[in-house]
Design a protein around this ligand. Structure first.
Ligand SMILES: [Zn+2]
Length: 468
C-alpha cells in the first residue's frame, strides 16, 4: 500500500531539535504518521499539502501534570487559597462525581487542551473512587485522540491525609484492560501520594505495587508546608528515586533534594500559576536549573487557572526573570537574562516529553519521531512583522492562534476548528455535570453554601501536616 504523506509547506519552523534549530521558511514531510524530513523546498508525490505560510510550525505542547476531571468545575476557585481549594473541590465537590461526570470532565478538558495545541497530556487522575470512575476517565481520555498518559491516583478514600489506605490494586486491571502495549497513543503511569500524603508504610507498599505494575511514577513533592519535610530525601533513603520518577512542584524542597533529583535522572514539573496562587512556595524553575534539572511545565488545577501552555510559558518566564534580576547585586543592571524564550518553549515541549518518558517519540520536530505538530498563525497584527519567532510565540501567542494540530500525523484541528462534530454535545454534558454537582453540594454541610458566579469562598482546610 502506498504511504500516506502530508507535506507542510513554507512555515517558520521552530523545531526544538538542536541539530535543526529554527528555519525562517521550511517544509515538514510526514509519512505514515512519522516525520521523515525537515528542510526548505521539499517535494513529495501524492502528498496532502498544508500551506503554513505566515505561520509558525512547531512540536505540539506537552502538559506533564493536570487533574483533568476538574474541567467541569473550572474557574470556580480563581480567587481561592490552597486551603479553600482543598475544602471546596479536592475534599468537597469531588465526593459527588459520578463516573459520567468524570467522563465529561476528562473529555472537555482533553479536547480543550488539544484545541490549544497540547498534543500530549498527563492526566493526574486522583478522583477515581471506583473501578467505574477509572473506566470513565480512561475512556474519555482515549476518545479525545490526543497522546496521553493516564496516571492512576485513586480516589477520596485514599486521600484522607495523611493516608493509611494502600493504593487500590484495581490499577493492575486498568493496565491489563486498557494499556496492554507500550506503543499505544495512550499509556499509563502511577500517580503516587508518596511521603507527603501517605504514611511511610503506605508509601512503601505503594512503591511495591509500582514494581508490579512496571510504569513510570509522578508524585507531588515540595508544595507548601508539607514539602519542607524532606520528602525527596525520604524517597532516596527508601530506594524510591530513579529516572522514571517525575517530581511535581518542587517549590519548598531543599537545594540538596533538587540535586538528588538530578543525580537520580529524575524529572520535574513546574505549575507556576497554581503555585503562585495557592502559596505553594516560590516556583522552583531557577533552582532546578541550578541543580541541573530542566523542568517541564504543567497546568495542574483548572479550577483556578487557564488550561493552555502559552500562559504557562509566560508566567514561568516572567516570574523567573523577576527572581533572577532581584538576585543581582544591582537589580536591573544584569548583563543578560538567564532564561531565554527558547528555554520555556523547550520546557513546554521536549522537557514535557522527557518527563513522560516519551522524548524518543514526541516533543520536537525530528525525523523519525511521530508527527505531533502544531501550526500557529503568525500573520496577525500582533506578530507582524515576525522579527523573532520564539519571542513572538512566548509573548504574543495564545490558543486562538492555533490553526492546525496533528497527532501522530493525523490532522485533528484544521483552520482553527477541531475536526469532530460533537463539540456542542461535549459542552452540554459538561454543563449538566456541573449543575448536578452544585445541586448535590447542598447536601454536604462543609460546602452547602456552594454557588456559581464567583462569589463562593469555601471554608479553609488547614494544609500543614500537623493540623490534619
Ligand atoms: Zn497537582
Amino acid at each position: 500500500m502506498a504511504a500516506s504523506r502530508t507535506l507542510i509547506k513554507n512555515g517558520t519552523i521552530i523545531s526544538v531539535d538542536p541539530k535543526i534549530g529554527q528555519l525562517d521558511s521550511g517544509d515538514v514531510l510526514i509519512e505514515d504518521g512519522k516525520i521523515v524530513a525537515i528542510a526548505p523546498n521539499l517535494e513529495a508525490d501524492n502528498a496532502e499539502i498544508i500551506d503554513a505560510s505566515g505561520a509558525i510550525v512547531m512540536p505540539g505542547f506537552v502538559d506533564s501534570h493536570r487533574h483533568l476531571w476538574q474541567a467541569v468545575v473550572r474557574h470556580i476557585g480563581s480567587n481561592w487559597t490552597h486551603g479553600q481549594y482543598l475544602m471546596g473541590v479536592h475534599l468537597g465537590l469531588s465526593g459527588d462525581f459520578r463516573p459520567e461526570d468524570t467522563y465529561n470532565g476528562n473529555l472537555l478538558g482533553g479536547l480543550e487542551a488539544l484545541d490549544s495545541g497540547i498534543t500530549t497530556l498527563l492526566d493526574w487522575s486522583h478522583n477515581i473512587d471506583t473501578p467505574q470512575h477509572a473506566d470513565a476517565a480512561v475512556e474519555a481520555l482515549q476518545s479525545t485522540g490526543m497522546r496521553s498518559v493516564f496516571a492512576h491516583g485513586g480516589g477520596a478514600t485514599m486521600w484522607n491525609l495523611p493516608s493509611n489506605v494502600p493504593h487500590t490494586r484495581d490499577v493492575l486491571r486498568i493496565r491489563d484492560q486498557y494499556f496492554s502495549s507500550n506503543d499505544q497513543l495512550s499509556t499509563m503511569a502511577f500517580a503516587l501520594r508518596g511521603p507527603q500524603f501517605s504514611t511511610p508504610e503506605v508509601a512503601a507498599a505503594d512503591w511495591k505495587l509500582i514494581q508490579e505494575l512496571d510504569t513510570r511514577v509522578t508524585v507531588h513533592n515540595g508544595d507548601g508546608e508539607w514539602g519542607k519535610q524532606r520528602p525527596v530525601a525520604w524517597m532516596r533513603d527508601h530506594g524510591m528515586l530513579n529516572d522514571r520518577v517525575t517530581h511535581v512542584h518542587c517549590c519548598t524542597l531543599a537545594d540538596d533534594e533538587l540535586k538528588m533529583i538530578a543525580d537520580s535522572g529524575g524529572t520535574a514539573s513546574v505549575s507556576v500559576d497554581v503555585e503562585a496562587q495557592m502559596g505553594m512556595g516560590v516556583p522552583a524553575t531557577g533552582r532546578l536549573l541550578d541543580a541541573g534539572v530542566r523542568p517541564s511545565l504543567s497546568i495542574d488545577v483548572c479550577v483556578s487557572n487557564g488550561g493552555d501552555m502559552f500562559n504557562a510559558m509566560k508566567s514561568t518566564i516572567a516570574l523567573q526573570r523577576l527572581l533572577d534580576s532581584e538576585a543581582e547585586a544591582v537589580p536591573g543592571e544584569q548583563e543578560a537574562v538567564r532564561l531565554r524564550c527558547m528555554d520555556v518553549i523547550e520546557f513546554a515541549t521536549i522537557e514535557g516529553a522527557r518527563a513522560l518518558g516519551l522524548d524518543h517519540i514526541t516533543g520536537s520536530l525530528t525525523p523519525g519521531k511521530d508527527a505531533d505538530i502544531i501550526i500557529v498563525r503568525a500573520d496577525g497584527l500582533a506578530m507582524t512583522p515576525l522579527n523573532n519567532p520564539s519571542g513572538a510565540l512566548v509573548y504574543s501567542g495564545h490558543p486562538g492562534l492555533v490553526d492546525t494540530v496533528l497527532v501522530r500525523g493525523k490532522t485533528v484541528k484544521r483552520e482553527g476548528k477541531l475536526l469532530r462534530g460533537d463539540l456542542d454535545d461535549v459542552k452540554r454534558r459538561a454543563i449538566a455535570s456541573r449543575d448536578y454537582l452544585f445541586r448535590a453540594a447542598l447536601d454536604r454541610p462543609s460546602i452547602a453554601d456552594a454557588r456559581l458566579g464567583g462569589s463562593w469562598t469555601p471554608g479553609i482546610h488547614k494544609v500543614s501536616r500537623e493540623t490534619v
